[in-house]
Design a protein around this ligand. Structure first.
Ligand code: ADE
Length: 250
C-alpha cells in the first residue's frame, strides 16, 4: 500500500508516522508513505495556495489548481489513478469497515484541508471519498489522515504479525474487546480474575465473551443492539441474567 498525503504541513505527517508496527511495515516495504507539499504546486511567485471565499465570509479557501496539479503529478509518476480521500468533518464517519475497504487499494491519495476548506471544484473533479474521523473540528486534516493511515495499514496483509493479533479485537462482530491482564498477579491489592489463572480454556473463552458483552452494553449500547442478532442461546441467557434482556426484545 502506497500512501500519498497532500498537505501544507508535510513535516507534521513525517513526524507522526514511521514508528511502531507501521514503521516496521514501512521498513519491510509492505507500505510506503510520501508527504507531498501542496505549496510546491503553487503557480504564483508568492506560493499562495489560498484565497478569499466568493460570496464573502470568514477565513480563506484552498485553491483548486495546486491540488489538482499535485494529483496529476501522482497519476503521471505512478501510471495509476488512485482513489482520492479528502479528510473533512463533512465526510462519512470513519470506521473499521471503511478501513478494511481502503486497505484493498494498492495506492491511496489522502488530501488534507486547512483554512475554511477547499474549493468545491476539487471535490467534484478529484475526490472519490470524503471521510471524517468524528464529530469535532480539527485545525486541519493532517491528524485525521494519520488516523486513517494507521487504521488502514493494520488491515493490509502482512502488516500485523501473529504477535500483534487482530482476531479478537474490538469491532470484530460488533463487540468491544474484553479486559486483559499481565504480570504481576496482584498489583496494589488488585488481583487478576481467578478464571484467567485456571488454565480452563473453555471457561476463559466464555468469561471473555461475557466481559465483552458487559463492556459493550456499558460503553456502546448502539453496537450491542447490532451484535445481538448473532447471539446464541448462552449469550441470550447471560443477557437476561444481567439485566440486558431489553436489548434482545428490540
Ligand atoms: N478536518 C477537520 N476536522 C476533521 C475531522 N473531524 N475529520 C476529518 N478531517 C477533518
Amino acid at each position: 500500500m502506497n500512501f500519498y498525503v497532500l498537505t501544507l504541513f508535510p513535516e507534521m505527517i513525517e513526524a507522526g508516522t514511521g514508528t511502531s508496527i507501521t514503521g516496521r511495515a514501512m521498513k519491510n516495504g509492505i507500505i510506503s508513505m510520501e508527504a507531498i507539499n501542496i505549496r510546491d504546486y503553487a503557480c504564483n511567485k508568492h506560493k499562495h495556495v489560498d484565497d478569499y471565499p466568493y460570496g464573502g465570509g470568514a477565513g480563506m479557501v484552498m485553491q483548486a489548481e495546486p491540488i489538482c496539479l499535485a494529483c496529476d503529478d501522482i497519476r503521471k509518476r505512478t501510471g495509476k489513478k488512485p482513489r482520492v480521500v479528502y479528510m473533512t468533518p463533512q465526510g462519512k464517519t470513519f470506521n473499521q469497515k471503511i478501513a478494511k475497504d481502503l486497505a484493498k487499494e494498492e495506492d491511496l491519495i489522502l488530501l488534507c484541508g486547512h483554512y475554511e476548506g477547499i474549493d468545491e471544484r476539487v471535490i467534484d473533479m478529484e475526490v472519490t471519498d470524503c471521510i471524517s474521523i468524528g464529530d469535532y473540528v480539527l485545525t486541519g486534516g493532517e491528524l485525521a489522515a494519520m488516523v486513517v493511515m494507521d487504521a488502514v495499514s493494520r488491515m493490509v496483509p502482512g502488516v500485523l504479525t501473529n504477535d500483534d493479533s487482530g482476531m479478537d479485537e474490538s469491532f470484530e462482530n460488533d463487540l468491544l474487546e474484553y479486559p486483559q491482564y499481565t504480570r504481576p498477579e496482584v498489583y496494589r491489592d488488585m488481583k487478576v480474575p481467578d478464571i484467567l489463572l485456571s488454565g480452563h480454556h473453555a471457561n476463559i473463552e466464555r468469561w471473555r465473551r461475557e466481559q465483552s458483552i458487559l463492556r459493550t452494553a456499558e460503553n456502546r449500547p448502539d453496537l450491542l443492539r447490532k451484535a445481538v442478532g448473532s447471539f446464541d442461546k448462552k449469550d441470550r441467557k447471560f443477557m437476561r441474567e444481567n439485566g440486558l434482556g431489553d436489548f434482545l426484545e428490540e
